[in-house]
Ligand binder design. Sequence first.
Ligand code: CA
Length: 338
Amino acid sequence: MRRTLTLFLFSLTAMTSIQSAADKIVIAHRGASGYLPEHTLEAKAMAYGMGAHYIEQDVVMTKDDHLIVLHDITLDRTTDVDEQYPDRAREDGRYYAIDFTLEEIKGLNASEGFRLENGEKIQGYANRFPMGLSSFRVPTLEEEIQLIQGMNKSTGNNIGIYPEIKQPEFHRNEGKDISTAVVNMLKQYGYSTKEDKVFLQTFSFAELEIIKNDILPMAGININLIQLIGGESSYPWMFEAEGMHTLAEFADGIGPEKGLVISRSSTRGNLDITPLVERAHAAGLQVHPYTYRLDPGQVPAYAEDFEDLLRLHYFEADVDGLFTDFPDRAVQFLQLNQ
Ligand code: CA
């Protein structure tokens, strides 16, 4: 009897440790964006080659209703739209993707993200791929799904996609139902059950409810949904004791900003792990925080280095996966720590 119990406890422990290491995932944030311009097919292919488990797409809509992969609803930060179409900015000086056709957007040069200082383009992360070198384009969601599914075929792997619906309310105000368009495309490419390798994410809880209650049933599919959480102020109820249980009626997981998992006020050796992961897990939700970067100044002071940051989040805070611009480092970290 005792032996059986010991054996049982042993296998339980072994199972738990195998699960906790091998089931954790790496999500390539905008592709391998630490190395190649974000949201280009090149950055996605590199992330795939690096062994990321999921590759992220941010999705916005064009004037002629095509879905493109772009982080901002504007084209200013990552393309030369200002040089090619200087008279097409709105009154706020921004160039909205929704004001351009796919053909026009396909003619733009994509680059590492930049900001304007005294009329000069200064790239956001100085150590990353230099602006102006080589040649990159803004992909459509369909091109990107085909790229990943094509590599799944040629390699025999099954790498997932992780699309985010960007600013659904903005799109609705512009007369476009972006969520239905994205869901229909996912269905078209065979993503239809919770076993399929897709997580559909959005910051908007109102939109998540619409997707869960109306759009997915209408399409006849049922895929994993992720509620992104930028801070405690947007949805205070999510941080109350029962918040995660309420959310679990709609979502399969959360994507919190990483400071909501380990508080920014933490110091070396004195971690302030918030109750968020524990509450989410108790409600059956997965936790995939963002964004883990190793550029200068991007590793919080409570971590010794980037790998220590990964260790604290994966194994001390027990998150299930994380979004990183440097997927190779997180993949290597998990392989070494299984
Ligand atoms: Ca995103």
